[in-house]
Design a protein around this ligand. Structure first.
Ligand code: NAD
Length: 371
């Protein structure tokens, strides 16, 4: 069983899908591992570090590989030398990169999309969305603090008192929870909102204030698989009114709201931005999925009505070493959980295998793509 670790080709991608730690563990399972030269450079991992744990480093790492590991989906054109029916295990962006998925099918490859791992207890350690969102939520607050021309904590000094920043987190999934915790640690006064009622308790337990639409019902409990859906027009209107009255008093806003397979919901309009104090900062974590904030542009600081708006197309890539370490463990935990010692290779079950398998036998097979 040969595993190949590719050097990421996407612009701005700094992560790598395996670290010396996980390579060592794959070798302990009985696999051989080949790494493309420079694959770990941005994540502070030298080729020699992979060699030291038993991998080979070679430009033709993919040749004869049974499993190709990536952070993002590797270019199908570069996979011609992989073993027939090789698995591609990566974050494949199945809805956004449909053409690439079709090309994997045509090439007879078996593409496994790690973002489709179901949110069930035994798969938590394989969940790339959680591991990367957690770091993104942290980084969003750090970047917002960096752009903000004031301090976060209350400070009492001989020259007078500085009041604490007011931070508002919109969308309290994995990223939002970490954003709340990070803003609190920096000393901000934090409030947060979500459409899922189950987040209210979580917000309170982190010491933040829940701000919820009370007049129209949101999503009770956790929703399908823990995810939100598109809300009714009535809810959206009530939410807009609530946000309008709250946002004008905020210094920092972090938006994280996503709906799987759809454009991000618009949560903040230009008129609402205009109501904020000049010098306030908004970080739009959803900017790559269309944005929660009107006028946000990926990887640019946009100034509107004196408010700075920022969001990255790839936030986890701003923390390459930690993001790679966690991503690599997710891939290892996934393959190791299904490793069949007798066959010397992973054998997937139906629940997880069918959820993540996009292509097999020359066809696109995933129900979420077949619609
Ligand atoms: P996500 O990235 O899909 O969305 C981020 C947040 O935005 C969610 O909390 C969502 O409810 C919220 N949102 C969507 N539309 C909104 C709107 N119009 N206004 C305000 N908020 C809006 O979410 P996520 O971080 O992937 O987490 C989703 C759920 O999955 C959470 O309940 C999380 O705890 C759960 N989860 C479970 C597992 C597991 O293995 N059991 C693992 C990770 C996450």
């Amino acid at each position: 069983m040969k595993l190949a670790v590719v050097r990421e080709q996407a612009p701005g991608e700094t992560r790598v899908a395996a670290t010396p730690e996980t390579v060592k563990k794959f070798i302990a399972l009985g696999a051989t591992v080949a790494v493309e030269p420079g694959a770990g450079n941005h994540a502070s991992i030298a080729d020699a570090d992979y060699v030291a744990v038993g991998a080979t480093v070679a430009a033709d790492a993919v040749a004869g590989a049974n499993i190709v590991l990536g952070v993002q989906g590797p270019d199908p054109a570069g996979l011609a030398a992989a073993a027939p029916g090789a698995w591609i295990v990566a974050g494949l962006d199945p809805f956004g990169q449909r053409g690439r998925v079709d090309a994997y099918a045509t090439a007879g490859l078996e593409a496994l999309a790690m973002e489709f791992v179901p949110r069930i207890t035994r798969a938590q350690s394989m969940d790339i969305l959680s591991s990367q969102s957690n770091l993104a939520g942290y980084k969003a607050v750090i970047e917002a603090a960096n752009l903000y021309g004031r301090a976060f904590p209350m400070m009492m000094t001989a020259a007078g008192t500085i009041s604490a920043a007011k931070a508002f987190v919109m969308g309290v999934g994995v990223a939002g929870l970490q954003a709340i915790a990070t803003a609190r640690r920096l000393g901000a006064q934090v409030s947060a909102t979500d459409v899922r009622s189950a987040t209210r308790e979580q917000i309170i337990s982190l010491g933040a204030k829940p701000i919820f639409v009370e007049t129209v019902a949101g999503i009770e409990g956790e929703g399908a698989g823990g995810y939100a859906t598109e809300m009714s027009e009535e809810y959206q209107k009530a939410q807009a009114e609530l946000v309008s009255s709250h946002i004008a008093k905020q210094d920092i806003v972090i938006t994280t709201a996503l709906i799987p397979g759809r454009a991000a919901p618009r949560l903040i309009s230009d008129a609402q931005i205009a109501s904020m104090k000049p010098g306030s900062v908004i970080f739009d974590l959803a900017v790559a999925q269309g944005g929660n904030v009107e006028g946000s542009v990926p990887d640019q600081v946009v100034e509107r009505h004196g408010v700075k708006i920022l969001g990255y197309s790839n936030t986890p890539a701003k923390l390459p070493a930690d993001a790679s370490a966690l991503f690599a463990r997710n891939l290892y935990n996934f393959l190791a959980a299904f490793w069949d010692k007798e066959q010397g290779k992973p054998v997937l079950d139906e629940e997880i295998g069918n959820a993540i398998r996009l292509t097999q036998g020359g066809q696109v097979v995933n129900p979420r793509l077949l619609g």
